[in-house]
Design a protein around this ligand. Sequence first.
Ligand code: IMP
Ligand code: MG
Length: 182
Amino acid sequence: MKKKRENKSSRVKIICLISHRRVVARVKALAREVSRDYRGKNPLVLGILKGSFIFMADLVREMNIPVECGFIQASSYGRGTVSSGKVKIAGLEKLPIRDREIILVEDIIDTGLTLKEISWILKKNGAGKIKICALLDKPARRKADIHPDYLGFTVPDHFLVGFGLDWDEKYRELPYVGYIKK
Ligand code: IMP
Ligand code: MG
């Protein structure tokens, strides 16, 4: 059920879309699935900052196989709620990606342009098999042919916050996924 909730630090209303309980349960199930598929493989779990940090922390703690963790930074939105379409990527240089199996961890797939660009760059740098693990998928605005291999929830075309997702750097800390009431 959708709940109205006022964020303490501002007067903006956040409507809860996916409760903390549902997110946590789904992340646990995803972690089991990923662990089963990667048993004996030592994948590199590669989070896309900043949005993935909470999802990834929960995901790897629920996995029961050894993994290595890395992060890269991607940004495309600036201060707005609509993607600029230009993706900037940083932090790839020191990562051990050559011939590695990589699980890309993303908070949300929207246009898909970020993941398309990152996958292309990883491949260009010699990565092995790449799979995508996303907490949320917003297929309504897809521009690139990108599909998650592991997915938490398909979501409607709202601008979402919480569980790592921000609006102008705010609301990442909310323990649930919600949207801003206009
Ligand atoms: P894409 O390149 O359009 O798929 O955008 C991916 C990135 O945009 C994600 O990693 C998020 O950081 C950000 N993003 C997309 N949709 C939302 C949203 O609804 N709320 C917050 N961030 C979003
Ligand atoms: Mg973001």
